[in-house]
Design a protein around this ligand. Sequence first.
Ligand SMILES: [Zn+2]
Ligand SMILES: [Zn+2]
Length: 269
Amino acid sequence: MIEITFLGTGAALPMPGGTNASYFVRLGSENLLIDTGPAILQQLDAAGISPREISHIFFTHRHGDHVLGFPMLMMWYMLNPTASIQTPVLIGGNTTLDALEQLFLHVYGPEVADFITSAPRMNLPEDAPGQARIHPHIMLRTLPMKHAPHAPALGLRIDTRGERLDLHTLAFTGDTAPCENIVTLARGADLLVHESTWSADLDPQLIGTAGHSTAQEAGRNAAAAGVARLALTHISHRYASRESTLLDEARREFAGPVCIPTSRTVLTV
Ligand SMILES: [Zn+2]
Ligand SMILES: [Zn+2]
């Protein structure tokens, strides 16, 4: 069984009481954190998850709502150096990981350079398909998304197969405008976590803007990819108390189950 804990599901400016999009995925012996927004330590604490449980961290892209908690999370490992706590393997696009290293050095200085430069890294291409095997039975695959020139963004597909892990597929778009790679990324997935920053019904003027998608487009992609279930995430603060509209427009396009998780929602596949 794979368990996904939604640590937050807000866009850059989350709704009142919400936090930025981040997910903790339990994959048997490995535990993958996806993105580290500004409040990541508080988000983990609120969900009862210790940083010591994280074996790998995947970064979708370098925008602040996805990485500004990175130095604080790394500080946790730096201040808790015991043999039983390993620094997680950092996984992401080449320039994203370089930017994160620079971010850490900017805020904590060259005296901690050894710590951050020795952190284990798995670099992925940002303009081509990538893959990283984090366990004999767990493969991460990435495809470039369409978001912002300054911040190359990767969508993530997790495939599991093996003696102790059943065959499962999860897909996470990260931040992206509609693009063909989303359907390729998510084809046949048990769960697609699709960004839905905008509502096509409430704000048709925002369709195709700012490198983001609508809930309607998320529904269309879920249907085209033939996924089993759709979760909408990275919701703009402008839709506080109007989440039902986003669900409705996704459900018009996709016949399967659709939900909008909130902080600490747990889904299993
Ligand atoms: Zn974002
Ligand atoms: Zn972004």
